[in-house]
Design a protein around this ligand. Structure first.
Ligand SMILES: C[S@@+](CC[C@H](N)C(=O)[O-])C[C@H]1O[C@@H](n2cnc3c(N)ncnc32)[C@H](O)[C@@H]1O
Length: 207
């Protein structure tokens, strides 16, 4: 099964799974790094069933939510029925369905470790930012829990912070910072023998 099929399959359960992995503190940290202002426009890349999107809309920010999985986006639509301010778009990390310099913020939570080329995905996210806009990525630090690859279709076993910093800099972003969220992502393996507890980083760059 590939990553898209995996996320199509777990779409209806994703919110419950997500709650068991990490809390809303992750998005609060991401939002505080972005210095959110109401009335602006954001993109949520690898939006899933809308964890980041929901927090943004609550702050009166319009969102373009992009995901490879139609089922995830359908789940978000089902939850947010009647809610204004979300534009749902099916799309791939390496070719985002958003024009150059469209949004004030780009958020990507727990998305980067699933993509084939993190450096290309970061350049794409930089491309859609308006000048003066901010990209904020929250994801996993480097780890050694390989059951996450087989059971959750992770492509990368987290990242070195220096590496993430370099990719943001190569994407021509300024004021690049990488810091701790202050929370771990936790998951139990299906056979019950391994328990992953992985620190989460927040990375930011301005265009
Ligand atoms: C771990 S989930 C995180 C979902 C959401 N951001 C959250 O925090 O709950 C990763 C999401 O990224 C999407 N994704 C993975 N690889 C992708 C790619 N190459 N292009 C677009 N979306 C992708 C998946 O379909 C999935 O919905």
């Amino acid at each position: 099964m590939d990553s898209k099929n995996y996320f199509d399959q777990v779409a209806r359960e994703w919110d419950k799974m997500r709650e068991s992995f990490f809390s809303e503190a992750v998005r609060e940290k991401a939002f505080s790094f972005a210095g959110l202002q109401t009335g602006k426009m954001a993109a949520d890349i690898g939006a899933g069933s809308g964890f980041m999107t929901e927090g943004l809309v609550r702050r009166c920010i319009q969102v373009i939510a992009v995901d490879q999985s139609e089922a995830m986006l359908e789940e978000m639509k089902r939850k947010f029925i009647g809610l204004q301010g979300v534009d749902y778009r099916v799309g791939e990390a390496e070719r985002l369905p958003i024009s150059d310099e469209t949004v004030d913020y780009v958020f990507a939570n727990m998305f980067l470790h699933h993509v084939e080329s993190p450096s290309i995905a970061i350049k794409e996210m930089g491309r859609i930012l308006k000048p003066g806009g901010t990209l904020v990525i929250t994801d996993l630090d480097e780890h050694h829990f390989d059951f996450l690859k087989t059971e959750h279709h992770d492509r990368w076993m987290g990242f070195k912070r220096e590496e993430v910093k370099m990719w943001l800099t190569e994407a021509q972003l300024r004021n690049v910072m990488v810091d701790c969220v202050g929370e771990n992502c936790c998951a139990q393996s299906s056979h019950g023998r391994d328990f992953a507890s992985i620190s989460i980083f927040v990375a930011k760059g301005d265009k």
